[in-house]
Design a protein around this ligand. Sequence first.
Ligand code: SF4
Length: 378
Amino acid sequence: MPRANQRHSSLYLHFPFCEAKCHYCDFYSIGREKTGSGDPDLFEQALLREIDLRGNRGDFSDRIETLFLGGGTPSMTPPDSMERIFKALFRWTSLAPVYEWTMEANPSSITRDRFKAYRELGINRISMGVQSLRSDHLQKLGRVHDEREALRALDSVFESGFTNVSTDLLCGVPGQTLDDLDSHIRGLTAFPLTHLSIYLLTLTPGHPMYRELPDENEQLAHLSFIHEKMTDLGFEHYEISNFAKPGHRARHNLVYWTGASYLGLGPSAHSFSLADRLRFRNPNSLHRWATPLLNENRLPVEDSEELTPEQQELEKWLLAIRLEEGFPKAWIDSDSRRKKVEILIKEGLLEPHPRMGDRLRATPRGFALSDALVRELS
Ligand code: SF4
């Protein structure tokens, strides 16, 4: 594997197990029915080894600023297993004085006691995959929880002492109306959430539900309704799909969205080393990831690529269009780009930034049509 000369202060750990595989899920995860009885132990042993190999190489910086436990469903991992994993990690590094340590959780794998145990470990932010508060839609999406369980889980998270809590919601679900979205947002924001991620459901053309997806106009109506509703409720629309109360933007995700470095551990985890402009990733398979670690004592990195100048340019625009801060006017460095920008402003897709005079940004409609914007500008 190419040497990455970066000491990382943002870490992602991928926990691959889920209770069931949701019908729309693209992440690498294994439903309970396909999980072998020894798989959780194998995962823990291999992750401990990966941590030690990374630690030995000097890949962790002295202070971790952001730590994200994703998956999969990390909240299925028993707290004693979590504790062993983090004891191993903190032999090599420690937490920065102000850190963000997020764990993704699903409503059906939550008890108050388990959450208290996670909090005692140091986890200080929860991201809960609610997706919908209509039980028939949840069932259609293949989720194992229903509305009551989702609300009970949110009660448990706050009762166990977490104060920095985000939830995920899906829009553009077949059959979903603006009234549904309104009542989901009202139901969720009745809790003191600091953050909400609202993603548009996307499916591949061969997917059984693909034909039922709303058309582009309806999707745009969903997205603009969500923007109005969430900003009225005092959330900042700071990224295409993300809304935060002031001071609660997701620090770890901002590392991805600003092109900074991060190190991923666990099956399918991706990494980026800014110092080398190098992307690399682990295999999308528990066994292909674990075998080199446990049998050959070597890192299982499967793929790596150094970004070309063209990829860097595309990436620069992709990232800038996603964020509320937008991009500096200095990037409009040719007549053809200037003309395109004028047209995009006339079409209501770009606008001068209201607080930063030297920048332009995507409008809410521009967020919804971000692929087209990037195509025009990059
Ligand atoms: S819970 Fe999340 S990671 Fe697991 S299958 Fe469902 S969408 Fe995928």
